[in-house]
Design a protein around this ligand. Structure first.
Ligand SMILES: NC(=O)c1ccc[n+]([C@@H]2O[C@H](COP(=O)([O-])OP(=O)(O)OC[C@H]3O[C@@H](n4cnc5c(N)ncnc54)[C@H](OP(=O)(O)O)[C@@H]3O)[C@@H](O)[C@H]2O)c1
Length: 260
C-alpha cells in the first residue's frame, strides 16, 4: 500500500493522552490528513488544554461516533479504562491497534467485535515524537505495519503474545535508564536474567540506552508513567531502593494485574 491509500483511512484515537497525542502529532507531521483523524478523551481539563495547545480541538469526537466512522481504531486508554467503555460492535475486519499493556488480543477482539487486532507496546511518547520509538508488536496486518513504518517505529513482531508482557517492561527502559546507569552491574544482571525468558530483551535494552535524554529527565519519566501503570510500579520499587531486576519484576507483576 502506498501512502496515498493509507491516508484515505479514517483514524479514531480513543484516549488522546500522552501516547494518543504523540501518535496524532506524528501522523500530522508525516502528512496524514487532519480531517481524517478523530480523538476522544475523558473530560480532563489538563488534557483539553493540551489538545487545544496542539490545535487538535476540531478532532474531538465521541467514542460512539469514532466507533461508527473509523477504518482504523486506536486504543490508547489506560488498561483499567477499557472494560468500562463497553462493547464496540465493530465489523470483523475493522483494524484495531491496541497500545494497552496487559489486555490480550482475545479480550480486545471480544469487546470490540473485530477479528483484525494488532497490539503494540512502544517506548514512551517522547520517543514517538522524535522518531526513535522501539516497540513490540503482536498480530499481523499490512496496514498496521505501514502505519508503524510511517511513524518511524522500530518494531519487533513477536511470535508469542506472552512476550508482550516482557515488552511492557522493555518499553519502560528509557525511563529506567534515567535512574540506573546502563553500564552498571545491576543493569547487566537484570538484562541477562530477563533475556533468558525474552531473548529480544538484550538488543532492545541496548537500543533503549541510547534513548535517554540529556536534559528534562524528570519530565521524560513522567511522560512514560500512565497512572497506575507499569512504569509507575517500577519506579515505586526503584525509589524504595530495590534493585533494577526486582523493580522490573514488579513491573511484570503489575502488567499481570492489569490483565485481570
Ligand atoms: N506512556 C507510555 O510510555 C506507554 C508506553 C506503552 C504503552 N502505553 C499504554 O498506552 C495507553 C495510554 O497510556 P498514556 O500514558 O497515554 O496514558 P494517559 O496519558 O493517562 O492517557 C490515557 C487517555 O485515555 C483517556 N480516557 C480514559 N478513559 C477514557 C474513555 N472512556 N474514553 C475516552 N478516553 C478515555 C484519558 O482521558 P483524560 O485525559 O480526560 O483522563 C487520557 O487522555 C495505556 O494503555 C498504556 O498501557 C503507554
Amino acid at each position: 500500500m502506498n501512502e496515498k491509500v493509507l491516508f484515505e483511512n479514517k483514524i479514531g484515537v480513543i484516549g488522546a493522552g500522552h501516547i494518543g497525542r504523540a501518535l496524532i502529532l506524528k501522523l500530522l507531521e508525516k502528512g496524514f490528513p487532519y480531517e481524517n483523524i478523530q480523538l476522544t478523551y475523558n473530560g480532563s481539563i489538563f488534557t483539553f488544554s493540551d489538545i487545544a495547545d496542539n490545535n487538535l480541538i476540531d478532532m474531538i469526537s465521541s467514542n460512539a461516533e469514532i466507533v461508527k466512522s473509523s477504518s482504523i481504531l486506536i486504543l490508547s486508554v489506560p488498561p483499567q479504562s477499557f472494560k468500562p467503555i463497553g462493547d464496540f460492535n465493530l465489523d470483523k475486519d475493522t483494524l484495531v491497534i491496541s497500545f494497552m499493556a496487559g489486555i490480550s488480543s482475545d479480550e480486545v477482539k471480544k469487546q470490540t467485535g473485530s477479528d483484525n487486532v494488532v497490539r503494540i507496546i512502544p517506548t514512551g511518547p517522547d520517543t514517538i515524537m522524535n522518531s526513535h520509538a522501539i516497540a513490540g508488536v503482536y498480530g499481523e496486518s499490512k496496514v498496521a505495519e505501514e502505519l508503524f513504518d510511517l511513524l518511524d517505529i522500530d518494531y519487533y513482531v513477536l511470535d508469542d503474545e506472552e512476550k508482550m508482557n516482557y515488552m511492557a517492561i522493555a518499553g519502560c527502559l528509557p525511563a529506567v535508564y534515567c535512574r540506573i546507569d546502563p553500564e552498571s552491574d545491576e543493569n547487566r544482571e537484570a538484562v541477562d536474567k530477563i533475556s533468558e525468558d525474552f531473548p529480544e530483551f538484550k538488543e532492545i535494552a541496548e537500543k533503549c540506552e541510547k534513548l535517554v535524554p540529556d536534559e528534562g529527565r524528570e519530565e521524560f519519566i513522567k511522560s512514560f508513567s500512565t497512572p497506575g501503570g507499569i512504569t509507575e510500579a517500577i519506579f515505586i520499587r526503584l525509589n524504595n531502593g530495590r534493585s533494577m531486576y526486582h523493580a522490573l519484576m514488579r513491573g511484570l507483576e503489575r502488567n499481570e494485574e492489569l490483565s485481570r
